[in-house]
Design a protein around this ligand. Structure first.
Ligand SMILES: [Zn+2]
Length: 306
């Protein structure tokens, strides 16, 4: 009996310690964000996106890196690359997360930048105006600062609007971390998941003509194409031209969806990106040229149509 009670006591103590450290590390993360540990340009993008989102949340008070609002949504944005002493809670590094318990919305700018640079969306071929032999890799140069800000804005809008979707749907937590986002999942497993429900709020921005939508859906088309390129030319640097992908405006040719038919698993972001495009077709005439390829991919992936 005593032995049992002491085991229970030890277990409770361990739980208490871990809860304490968890809470403590969240508070450390908030403090880190409140100190403005983020690049001014990144902060500018996130501020704009959050203000836009807040405009669509009547009745919800929002603050960013400032004093907590009880009952409101508290955004803490930071850059984990500036955290030299490990103050950010481990689970929040390269993550954007909603945690309902404290009505916190944490977002690490490094997640946004890493996604952009890992897809090589931040560079373009630099041929110096001349021809370049097709058998040699192109030299590349960084996109302009304005273009980079545009990509950051589009990616942050998707990530943050998705997390706000979790808040609106009553979910306890939502995470947009690298792990889950890049994880390969079968489209069937994602069908009824709350991840797709959370993306409904992203569509609000897609479908707002005066809003930030054009940048978001162009970005989403860009990442779908990058993924097709990665599949067709798996050995090239994504900044390079893939000979199997014709230069085009739009989504790569429908026949390329053949590549999707036999592959059961795809990165979660790809499934969600395709579905977002599909759901916004009807309200966007500009997306009409993409209808056929998007519908082909939807069919191949056996994605839900609603
Ligand atoms: Zn989510």
């Amino acid at each position: 009996m005593w032995r049992f009670l002491s085991l229970v006591g030890i277990a409770l103590l361990l739980i208490g310690i871990s809860v304490y450290f968890h809470i403590d590390s969240l508070e450390q993360t908030r403090a880190f964000a409140r100190q403005g540990q983020i690049d001014a340009q990144e902060l500018d993008v996130l501020h704009n996106v959050i203000s836009q989102i807040a405009g669509s949340l009547p009745g919800t008070n929002v603050q960013i890196n400032s004093d907590r609002i009880e009952g409101g949504l508290n955004f803490y944005v930071f850059d984990s690359r500036l955290d030299k002493s490990g103050r950010i809670a481990k689970q929040l590094v390269r993550n954007c997360a909603f945690i309902r318990r404290n009505m916190d919305m944490f977002c690490d700018a490094a997640l946004v930048d890493d996604f952009i640079s890992s897809r090589r969306l931040d560079v373009v071929p630099d041929l110096g105006g001349g021809d370049w032999p097709t058998d040699k890799p192109y030299p590349t140069k960084p996109i302009s600062p304005t273009e980079l800000q545009g990509l950051r804005r589009a990616m942050s809008s998707w990530v943050l609007a998705h997390e706000v979707g979790h808040y609106l749907n009553g979910d306890a937590e939502g995470h947009f971390d690298e792990g889950t986002f890049l994880d390969k999942v079968s489209s069937a497993t994602l069908l009824q998941q709350r991840e797709l429900a959370a993306d409904q709020f992203v569509l609000k921005f897609f479908n707002e003509p005066a809003g930030i939508d054009i940048g978001i859906y162009q970005f989403i088309i860009q990442i779908v194409n990058t993924e097709i390129k990665a599949k067709l030319c798996p050995d090239i640097d994504l900044a390079q031209v893939c000979s199997k992908v014709p230069s085009f405006v739009g989504i790569s040719n429908p026949y390329q969806t053949l590549f999707y038919q036999n592959a059961m698993l795809h990165p979660e972001y790809l499934i969600r990106a395709i579905r977002l495009l599909y759901l916004s077709m009807d309200s966007h005439r500009e997306l009409e040229p993409f209808r056929v390829p998007v519908e082909n991919i939807i069919n191949d992936l056996k994605l839900s149509r609603n």
